[in-house]
Design a protein around this ligand. Sequence first.
Ligand code: SAM
Length: 196
Amino acid sequence: MIDTGPLSFYHDRNKAEDYIEMRRGIDGRILVSALRSLIADGSRVLELGIGPGTDLRILAEFFEVVGSDYSPWFLEIFSTAYPGIDLLRLDAVTIETDLAFDCIFSNKVLHHLPEEQMKRSLERQARVVGKGGILFHSFWLGDESSTCEGLTFTKYPEEKIASVLSNVGEIVKSGRYQEMNLNDSFFAAVRITEQC
Ligand SMILES: C[S@@+](CC[C@H](N)C(=O)[O-])C[C@H]1O[C@@H](n2cnc3c(N)ncnc32)[C@H](O)[C@@H]1O
């Protein structure tokens, strides 16, 4: 874990449980469907920041998955309910694992990383998946940043996301979509073009 700031928020079990409750009925099936047009079924996918793990279960219908989060509570709650899916406790910035993956996926996680950390995360992700691998992430669209109990929340404009992602590879698919309000969200998939 690289710093203690962001660790404070979801390290509170009540906050993790509140978040799980708030997300009931919301999932990233639309994202998984877009991802399936880019990688073959059976590919190895690492999810960063699983939270309630709803998307991890959808990903597991098609791919060989490993879920991760930095919050021990999300991991504990998910593994109790779904003991058959592999989990790792990982910081999305450092991603300290030797496992190999074809793809790294996240849904509304990278907006918690200050920009420099997001860049470090993407560079590390590029090394984990290697040349030809896919990074697939979703973001809140906007142009504002705030911090709550040590956790950063940033809404990025589409051009900013595209420019940061383009540093690690070629954007092969992207689009706006709705989570709460029309066009409030954006996803992008990057294919890693250079061996890092
Ligand atoms: C907004 S929630 C999204 C959760 C889930 N992907 C979803 O769609 O509901 C953000 C998630 O990212 C995790 N997270 C935030 N910062 C992280 C970091 N530095 N490393 C790993 N996970 C992190 C949180 O614990 C939380 O599970």
